[in-house]
Design a protein around this ligand. Sequence first.
Ligand code: SGN
Ligand code: CA
Length: 563
Amino acid sequence: MSRLKFLILWVFVLGLIACSETTQNQATPPPNIIFIMSDDHAYQAISAYSNHLIETPNIDRIAKMGMLFTNATVTNSICAPSRATILTGKHSHLNGKIDNDFPFDTTNVTFPQLFQQAGYQTAMFGKLHFGNNPKGFDQFKILPGQGAYYNPDFITKNEGNIKVEGYVTDIITDMTLDWLQNERKADQPFLLFYLHKAPHREWLPAERHIADFAKRTFPEPVTLFDDYSGRGRAAKEAEMNLLKHMNWAGDSKIYPEVMDELGIPDASGWDKGAFQREVGRLNPTQRANWDAVYGPMNEEFKKAFPTMTEKEKMQWRYQRYMQDYLGTIQAVDENVGRVLDYLEDNNLMENTIIVYTSDQGFYLGEHGWFDKRFVYDESFKTPLLVAWPGKVKAGSKTDEMVQNLDFAQTFLDAAGIPAPADMQGESLVPLLTGNTEKWTRDAVYYHYYEYPSVHMVKRHYAIVTKEYKLTHYYFDTDEWELIDRIKDPQELKNVYDDPAFTEIKNELHRKLDGLREKYGDSKELSQSYIDRYLDRLEERQQFGGSNKEVTQKILEDRKNQKQ
Ligand code: SGN
Ligand code: CA
């Protein structure tokens, strides 16, 4: 071929490539987004992370198609605040939703509103946890507050309040699939929130799973019998211990009359009420199926209990806890599978970002605990699996420190919608698409507030790097804690006063001050949230359970100080 002919051919080929790229760019519409979030789903209970407790083949499909994040965390490990951070892309101290109780300020700009304005079709099904009219959604069916597992009620955009027969995880999925099938508009990209209540306390599995899980035995975590000796008051005074603080009826499904027979007191003051609240919703047929498993379990327990040692009681409670908690996850996994199948069968995988996450992590007996709130790994970390076929390499993994704070900007970036300048996260798109050199974060910030309250976890803020965790517990204490994450992965020993760590400690203090400044958090802001919280407690004058005395003392001290 002559040189000239070759050149002409090459120009022609380049032209073709350019042409096809432009048509491709023009032809690729903005991606659809399905945001799947469960409530209190610990990463320890997803087999993509570890299968020592349960197999979750469907949730794992998302990681197989895309990326598994092994260091995803939250900024405040509790339900409603996590959701507010996700929606606003701002830390709790700026969006104002610091705890579960105080209402969400609806003047906050949330990312679904921006998607709706940009021409996306938007919908939300399942547990939001706050409010009854989420902004920015064309359609929603949400649970009131925490919602119920059996025959749940829903607040809907178009049908008022409804009660639906069945199991909550199946129903939320039915609603989601129904919307995809019948309401989704083919000519519009969509943003879909598919939000499970499970595996939240009181861990009530679907009828079809109770019997199977009640037979299983699970490996105990090595720190099940933690005595908290290496840490300060916060860990020692928390009320999350499986043996001491878990409800016998509401949580372990020991019938209230069996508790009476065995002389087990209603220690929390709301144990029997919690049982009635959920189990009272079952219709007679459902109740009979339920009793067919829990009845014999109660009979066995009646025989065993009188001679059980404290250690055996702890072990029994751990197994009971895991049977029900993991039982609820079985239904989540099956239902996630239904949604993924639908996407596959309807050619919707191609241009869709699928996220699976939880509003925070959870203790599955580590440190002897259940619940969350602490900056220790099991509740600070949260599962995060992201698929985006064609854009994210299948089966990839990252250990970069990402947070729920980043979701809003990630989705906005992926959709090509400008993010408001005051959002505080970073888009994960570079990480997802392999442009890792653009990712420079080396520390994250954490702040938990809800105290005094259920579980009694003290207020604390922290800086976390891959190597260390420096935490300040404040309010009715003033304690610093330094954890060496590499040498002490179970987080059992506070080395704050160990001279070997002086330099590291000083450096972390400097960095923590810098992060607080960067994110706009301060002592004054913390104090204003304390004042608001105590004003509210004073107003209510009703605090139940074991935190009653502590709360009353805090309020008395406050009164005396004011005088
Ligand atoms: C309820 C639970 C608590 C839990 C909070 C917050 N008790 O009060 O154990 O910590 O919700 O959970 S329960 O027996 O009534 O379920 S959160 O996920 O909503 O933050
Ligand atoms: Ca939660």
